[in-house]
Ligand binder design. Structure first.
Ligand SMILES: [Zn+2]
Length: 434
């Protein structure tokens, strides 16, 4: 991850000094060490008149810094000047090197920091200060930190504009603003952040402007605290598809909103753009009283979404659990639109999904209002493929109807997934809102 972070630092330095590959001397460091910090936490937090102590406090909001230090200038300069002879962990050249610090390259594995000083990463002044400058394009929300990478630095810059202009909160050391959905885990958080990013582009009419850019950057996310951390790389092709998904959902929401206005339905206390995304994503949690626990299954589901797949089984488990707990909208709002749009954008076989979902929906419609509604639990509990089919046969007999079960046989991803889709379709007919 050094390469990617290094490119961010290089980009910032080229902006500060207005030239490429400027030689970094102790004097240069002395004159410029404040610049990346200011960019990270914002001018309003660290202006020119800010005391060193306040600046350090700002930096502490992002990195672990020894409690004894009271002066940012002193600690930065001290760590950069406390050199010994060795090989730079980045460029490999033999030179005067200093040990890595959290504010230089923050993603050295924590486990390594227990290792003796000499076993840690070490950098020459040139590489070290470039890495230190990488913080200029680093973003933080809760326990996650992320940044963008691209072989074309102008794209990193372009991706950062919405974050710097609109998505950060200047009153909170420029950390990301509160998201429209409360999240806990890394995948769900980054998914919602991407949604906010696309919403910003949509509002500023910049969607076209970013075509061809998003698929040429990758997002690197580091999550966790203490000794455990993990890294997630999201490639441009995925980012691009997620963006397309978000745009379609936003456009659909705005259209839907207009209709609601015309039909004079009750006013909602959300933004029009959020209608479908919030309706779906916000109803994937299970209220267990603790955010990390509430969001557990949604995290699993989102992880798959970022991998190009719909995890129907987890989705069905969420719905059934919500139903059991009598949560409002046990089947998430806009379930079908969300899944359909996702499958379109990610080039998945929508047709077979439609068939199985439609089958479930048709059954659900017939069950609605009868004493057979609880039959969904019999289907859900079916433990083998034979039991699954015999339950359906029994249900048909009770409904005095007959459905074509061949569609289920055609479903290649296996009967468990077919069952999950069928059930979701049923539940949508029984309990679906919109
Ligand atoms: Zn070096």
């Amino acid at each position: 991850m050094l390469d990617e972070y290094f490119r961010n630092g290089k980009l910032f330095l080229s902006e500060v000094s207005e030239e490429q590959d400027i030689p970094i001397t102790e004097d240069f460091i002395h004159r410029h060490f404040r610049d990346p910090v200011k960019e990270l936490v914002g001018e309003s937090n660290v202006g020119d008149k800010t005391s060193e102590k306040e600046m350090l406090r700002a930096l502490r909001k992002y990195f672990e810094i020894s409690g004894k230090s009271i002066n940012i200038g002193k600690i930065v300069e001290a760590s950069f000047s406390k050199t010994r002879d060795g090989y730079c962990s980045y460029c490999g050249k033999e030179s005067a090197v200093f040990s890595n610090r959290a504010y230089v390259f923050p993603f050295e594995r924590k486990i390594d920091s227990i290792a003796p000083e000499e076993a840690r990463q070490q950098f020459c002044l040139q590489c070290g200060f470039t890495l230190f400058s990488g913080m200029a394009y680093l973003y933080k929300r809760g326990d996650i930190m992320f940044f963008f990478d691209s072989v074309r630095p102008e794209y990193i810059k372009k991706m950062s504009i919405p974050f710097k202009e609109d998505l950060r909160d200047p009153s909170n050391f420029n950390k990301l603003k509160k998201l429209s959905i409360q999240t806990f885990h890394s995948y769900e958080t980054i998914f919602v952040i991407m949604f906010e990013f696309v919403k910003h582009l949509y509002r500023k009419k910049l969607v076209k402007d970013y075509e061809g850019i998003v698929n040429n950057v990758r997002l690197i996310l580091v999550a966790g605290s203490g000794q455990i951390f993990h890294q997630i790389y999201i490639e441009g092709t995925t980012l691009d598809r997620i963006s397309q998904l978000c745009i379609k959902l936003i456009e659909g929401s705005v259209e839907n909103w207009k209709k609601r206005e015309e039909e004079k339905k009750e006013k909602l206390k959300i933004f029009p753009e959020d209608l479908i995304f919030l309706g779906f994503f916000n109803n994937l949690t299970i209220n267990r009283g603790k955010l990390s626990e509430n969001c557990r299954e949604r995290e699993e589901f989102t992880k798959m979404l970022l991998d190009g797949r719909v995890d129907f089984i987890t989705l069905n488990n969420i719905v059934m659990e919500r139903l059991k707990r009598k949560e409002k909208f046990s089947i998430p709002l806009y379930y079908r639109s969300f899944i359909q749009t996702y499958m379109e954008v990610f080039d998945l076989d929508k047709e077979i999904f439609e068939k199985v979902n439609g089958l479930g929906y048709a059954l659900g419609k017939q069950m609605k209002g009868t004493n057979l509604e609880n039959f969904v639990w019999d289907v859900f509990r079916a433990r083998g493929v034979e039991q699954f089919y015999s339950t359906l046969v029994e249900l048909q007999a009770k409904l005095k109807t007959s459905i074509d079960l061949r569609t289920l046989n055609e479903y290649e991803q296996g009967w468990r997934e077919a069952k999950a889709i069928l059930l979701n379709g049923m539940l949508n007919a029984l309990y679906g809102g919109r």
